[in-house]
Design a protein around this ligand. Sequence first.
Ligand SMILES: [Zn+2]
Length: 164
Amino acid sequence: MRFEKDIVFYINNNIVEKIDTCIKLASPNEASGFILGKIQEVNNNNGDFSYNYYSVSFHCIESSIGSTVSFLLDNDQKILELSEHLMKNKNLKLIAILHSHPAGTTPSSTDKHNMKYYHNSGLKKFTHLIWIIVDSRNKEMNGFIYLNNKLTQTKLIVSSYENL
Ligand SMILES: [Zn+2]
């Protein structure tokens, strides 16, 4: 898989705790949620740009549907409404959709299908969306983005930082 070093996704410890709780609440189903935050564009002066994603809040989605995947596929309208609502209230962007896997953080073929679908949906808010997959067992996380029509892994850093 391609790796994009110029996209860095920062998650602070406080959000990691909320993700853990979301996974516990969803168990035995897989958890999913939205991360809202800010994207900072950095000009590297050589015509290159890098992008820092800063997570500000995490919103656990309570779904009665057993599978996260079907939740995403069947509810894109709901996702839009919810993200619109959250952004109006907090002046933040939807920067990531997160879901958990029972084991591992590799995107499934359905995940890949969804990423491509949202990327090509023509909706601007999904063009730079990061997909985060969490391993339910050890809470390991990885971030992915669809870039130039290719599935790409991003840097993901858990750190403590002040909200911007
Ligand atoms: Zn998945």
